[in-house]
Structures are given as C-alpha cells and as structure tokens.
Design a protein around this ligand. Structure first.
Ligand code: GTQ
Length: 351
C-alpha cells in the first residue's frame, strides 16, 4: 500500500457512533487513530513557531511608557514579552522552549531578589550603570554583555546610573512551565561578595587551578563581557585558520559544555558584505543584532534587522543572514534550543 493511501484511510472521529464516543469520553479514553497524523506528522514536525520580527524602535517607546504607567513595585520585573503569534500571544513564548522579554530598569530602581527554576540570561541592549547581583556576585551590565542567572540562583537587579537601562531576557520558561516545574521563591537581599568571577577566566584555554580542591561550581562564570566576545570574534576573523562562519559559543569554562543546560548562546560575526546560510537544524533560533544591519531570510519572511532588533526562526528551516554593510562587520547574538535537543536525542542537522 502507498503511504498516501495509508494517510487517507485512517478513520475519523465522525466515523464512530456517537454513543461509542460518549462512552470513551466518560471513561477518560480517546481513540488514537483520528489524531495520529496530527501528533506524528509525516517527515517534518508541525511547528507553531512563526518567523517573527520585533523591531527595537517599536518596543522602546512602549517600554518607557510602561516605566511611567507601572512603578517597579507593581511590576517586580518591568518587561514587555516578545511573543510569537503562532503560539498565541497569551502563551508568552517565542518558540517551544524560548521566552524573550525586554526589561526596563530606571535609575534608582531595584528589582527585588528572587530565584526560580527556569534558567535566564540577560543580553544588555542599552544604558549604563545597572547591575545584576547573581548569588552574591555583582555583575555590571554593559551593552552586549551576556549575564547568566541559571536555575535556582538568587538574583536581583539595581541601577546606579542616570539613564534608563534596557536588556533582553532569554528564558527557558515555556519548557519549564510545560513540564509543570516552574516556580519562584522570594528572599532577602544578597550580601555582595568581593571580586569579579569573570576575572578567573580572563583568557581562553586557561582556567584557575586551585592547589587544594577544585571548585565544583556548576556555573563558575556568570558574566561574559561583550568586549571580550567581540575581541575573540575579531581575532578569529583575522586569522588564516578562520572558518567561513566566525562564531563563538558561550560555554561553561571548566567543562566546555554549553553555558546553560537547556538553551544555547552564541555570538556571530558577519564580515562586511558576507552572506551566511545556516543549515536546517531541529532547534528554533533567536537572532538579536548587537552591531550593524543584517537581513534575515527565514522561510517566506525577510527581515531587515537594525541594532537591538530581534527575530526568531522555527526549527527545521534554513536561515540566511546577510550583512547589509559593505564596509563594517555585523555582530549577532543567537539563542537556540540545541542543548535541549541534544540531551533529548532529537537534534538533527538536515543540511
Ligand atoms: O529578571 O528575574 O523576563 O524572573 C521574566 C522573569 C525576567 C528576572 C523575566 C524573571 C525575570
């Protein structure tokens, strides 16, 4: 029998007598065959994630307005969520596993301490003088910095500067919520530890080697300064070894694993005029421009991303990124669901 025949011949719910259907329902039973193709579609999964573009110019005035409308005490986290219409806006998800939010902190404000099961990172978009305190480590927030607040770690945000600070939050909240494992705990303000953890891993390939005992911290590095990531990309690009794609992965510096368990984080440099075609891989992706102007072609959509603009792509689709400048390099922050897909054994690269 041909596959198409098999597809056509599965029985429908309406083919069953109503009294039989009612009896199934009353016993909390459901026939599989009418829904089999929906949950196991042929060849490629069904994806609710739509290519979606969120220009910063549209977000910023609305976020500043939220600053006037809603005091921090009434918000705790003053965030506008970048929601994918394919999932329904009320679901507050960018993809199956990723949540994106733009967060505003005004001078003098404090976002109170809490910890939660979802993992979060911050990508700093604009403004000077804010900080995030993560498990007692004070992480200054500067444009392009990536700061981790992994699962279970206490965090609070403060702002000693003069201008509004805005950053992009990336969380695995939709996944953790779906797992019925999402919750938070409030707590007292943390004591600030001396020093900066980032200094222990100031150069690639070199880690501190304690004489007595290795620290067994799951998250030894919490802040990845943009200055360092950018310099690493420029060095890579200038070297004769440089691969076609000048890209780095934010990693746990002691193990070389991804920086967090569920989502992966990367920075990509596009040389002047460069076009890069990314293969169709199973995880969904988010692109956020740190510097430059980039065209992103995703399925039938084409987005022109300026600085601080964000877009997302469903999994199993090719994505083409083009640097629109012929003279300046472009820098893109990428988040994806690769660590999750690899751990679950469903990761695919279809080329
Ligand atoms: O800053 O801790 O966008 O708890 C969503 C939930 C940010 C945060 C979000 C959060 C935070």
């Amino acid at each position: 029998m041909q596959d198409q025949d098999r597809f056509d011949t599965l029985g429908r719910l309406e083919d069953l007598p109503q009294d039989y259907r009612d009896e199934l329902s009353s016993k909390n039973l459901v026939p599989l065959w009418p829904s089999l193709r929906a949950v196991l579609p042929p060849g490629t999964p069904a994806r609710k994630t739509q290519p979606t573009y969120w220009p910063y110019a549209a977000i910023k005035p609305l976020l500043l307005k939220a600053g006037e409308l809603t005091p921090i005490e009434k918000a705790e986290r003053r965030v506008l969520v970048l929601a994918n219409p394919g999932h329904g806006l009320e679901k507050m998800q960018a993809s199956a596993a990723m949540y994106l939010g733009m967060q505003l902190l005004l001078p003098g404000e404090l976002a109170p301490p809490h910890r939660h099961t979802p993992n979060a990172v911050r990508m700093v978009v604009e403004g000077e003088g804010a900080w995030t305190l993560v498990n007692g480590e004070k992480c200054p927030m500067q444009r392009g910095d990536l700061i981790l607040t992994p699962t279970g770690l206490w965090h609070e945000h403060g702002h000693d500067g003069e201008q509004p600070v805005i950053w992009l939050d990336v969380l695995d909240l939709p996944l953790v919520y779906y797992m019925e494992a999402s919750y938070h705990v409030e707590g007292p303000s943390q004591a600030v530890k001396a020093g900066e953890g980032v200094k222990s891993y100031a150069r690639g390939g070199l880690r501190p080697s304690p004489v007595f005992e290795r620290s067994n911290q799951a998250y030894p590095m919490l802040r990845y300064p943009w200055e360092d990531a950018r310099a690493a990309l420029l060095e890579m690009a200038s070297d004769a070894f440089a691969a076609e794609a000048v890209q780095i992965t934010y990693m746990q510096p002691e193990t070389g694993a991804d920086a967090q368990n569920i989502l992966g984080f990367y920075a990509l440099m596009l040389r002047p005029g460069q076009t890069l075609s990314l293969p169709a891989r199973s995880p969904a992706q988010v692109f956020h421009v740190i510097e430059g102007q980039v065209k992103a072609s995703i399925v039938d959509s084409s987005f022109t991303l300026s600085e601080a603009d964000t877009c997302c792509a469903p999994g199993y689709e090719k994505v083409t990124l083009s640097n629109l400048s012929a003279v300046q390099s472009a820098f893109v922050f990428i988040a994806d669901e690769s660590p999750l897909h690899r751990k679950l054994g469903v990761y695919e690269n279809r080329g």
